[in-house]
Ligand binder design. Structure first.
Ligand code: AMP
Ligand code: ZN
Length: 477
């Protein structure tokens, strides 16, 4: 079988993937800035991250995955200008920045859960504000090595010194002038060049979040968090780093500069970027552009949110994908097709029998497609055809194969089948029991929290005297 291949933005080529220390793969993906709900464009990025991780696991790798949560330092302009995004919402809503971040983190987790996106467990799902000491230590190294300089308004990274004569960015392949063409650069008189970016910001008394540092009270720039947290959990050189295409020219160029400026070692071996979800007619879907669709809009339109996952699979991750409710509805038909097959399998049929030999061809096609730079449309076609072939032959012995494919498709087909047969996942039964106990002890606050957890997992709870029954929630209308 062909080993896993992926497009590396560093080389602009599809390369065979070889981790530094197999079977371990170190993977860092840029996560959400938590000041507004995640829109469906963001969710496409996380479906991509999840698919990449699951595909690596299907190939037998042990993936150590870190995702950051940006809750400080990301300004309304990706350059250092404007207001801190989290603080802007905090002011508008009369909350503390921490409250704003907590609220949107919880919402982000619920949305990921609805799409069966597996997030890293804490501490690998890590908040910038919990890692300020790591950032300060890294900035000190950058300054020691001569790439950072201290001024009254902050510590800046000296981009031109780092880039040397050619001034060309390694990822974007753009010169500094091309990179910043058409962009109004904030040029603090303290900066040696308008291209330099902030590592640590000083003397901004209106900024709500502030920490002590060797240079005075202040807060970190946006980019430094990813370098610091990546190194903290994954080491100085990592295998894979991902994010949306918009991160190439500024955020990821700056991450490379800071990290390699500090360590003198390569930061990332494979940089991987997902293309954008766009509105109809290619309109930009972005938090800064007015109203943007969110996961809740799908439920409101009577569409199972999980259909969005299959909708994303319908395009390659490097192609733009146009969003419309109708297109997600079309993907929902595929979801129903798989679900119906799973639900109608009787127990004995499902587990006991070995799969028919003809299933191997579909299994291989599925993995080959994914190993060919994550060709999800082809992989999805192979999975659909596997089910179609089972019906055509009148031979349903495909369950083990289908479950294996579902390890990447992520539809939770096994859970769907078990629910039909009255079996619930152990974690769900445990939640139900804990909730029954809380009600018996009249701890209704706890019972309410546990109900919400069950609901987030897709289960409805009905109470009756002495206990409760749970059932999978019907489509949220
Ligand atoms: P943010 O919360 O704005 O920092 O973005 C989180 C992630 O979503 C980043 O990896 C972005 O590159 C990605 N992203 C933002 N907008 C879109 C979009 N319309 N389509 C796909 N990915 C996006
Ligand atoms: Zn990042």
């Amino acid at each position: 079988m062909k080993p896993f291949h992926i497009f590396n933005t560093l080389s602009r080529r599809v390369e065979e993937f070889q981790p530094l220390n197999p079977p371990v793969v170190t993977y860092y993906s840029c996560g959400p800035t938590v000041y507004l709900p995640q829109h469906l464009g963001n969710m496409r990025a996380y479906v991509f991250v999840d698919t990449l991780r699951r595909t690596l696991e299907l190939n037998g790798y042990d993936v150590r995955h870190v995702m950051n949560i940006t809750d400080v330092g990301h300004m309304t302009s990706d350059a250092d200008a404007g207001e801190d995004k989290v603080e802007k919402t905090a002011r508008a809503e009369g909350k503390t920045p921490r409250e704003v971040a907590d609220f949107y983190i919880a919402q982000f987790k619920r949305d990921c859960d609805q799409l069966n996106i597996r997030l890293p467990a804490p501490p690998l799902l890590c908040r910038a504000t919990d890692h300020v000491a790591d950032m300060i230590a890294l900035i000190e190294r950058i300054v020691e090595r001569g790439y950072g300089y201290v001024t009254p308004s902050g510590v800046y990274f000296e981009v031109e010194k780092w880039r040397g004569q050619s001034r060309v960015g390694r990822l974007s392949r753009q010169s500094l002038d091309e990179q910043h063409a058409g962009q109004r650069l904030e040029h603090s008189p303290d900066k040696k060049s308008p291209h330099d970016f902030a590592l640590w910001v000083l003397n901004q008394p209106h900024h709500l979040m502030q920490w002590e540092s060797p240079w005075g009270r202040g807060y970190p720039g946006w980019h430094i968090e990813c370098s610091a947290m990546s190194m903290r959990y994954l080491g100085e050189t990592i295998d894979i780093h991902s994010g949306g295409l918009d991160h190439i020219p500024v955020h990821h160029e700056n991450e490379i500069a800071q990290s390699e400026g500090a360590t003198g070692k390569p930061f990332v071996r494979y940089f991987v970027h997902n293309a954008f979800l766009v509105g109809m007619e290619g309109a930009k879907i972005s938090k800064s552009v007015g109203r943007f669709p969110v996961l809740g809009d799908l439920a409101a339109a009577g569409i199972n949110p999980l259909a969005f996952r299959l909708f994303c699979f319908g395009a390659k991750y490097r192609s733009e994908l146009a969003f419309s409710l109708d297109a997600v509805r079309a993907a929902e038909r595929n979801l129903d097709y798989f679900a119906e097959f799973a639900r109608n399998l009787a127990d004995a049929e499902a587990e006991a029998r070995a799969d028919s030999p003809w299933t191997q061809e579909f299994d291989q096609r599925f993995i080959e497609a994914l190993n060919n730079d994550l060709n999800t449309p082809q992989a999805l076609a192979a999975a659909l055809e596997l089910v179609g072939e089972a019906y055509r032959r009148g031979d349903k012995r495909i369950w083990n194969t289908l479950k294996k494919l579902d390890a990447v498709l992520g539809l939770g087909l096994d859970a769907m089948r078990k629910v039909t047969h009255g079996e619930f996942p152990a974690e769900v039964t445990a939640l139900q029991r804990a909730r029954d106990a809380a009600r018996a002890a009249r701890d209704f606050k706890r019972a309410d929290e546990l109900r919400k957890e069950l609901e987030a997992k897709g289960y409805e709870v009905k109470d009756h005297r002495g206990g409760s029954t749970i059932m999978p929630r019907r489509r949220v209308a």
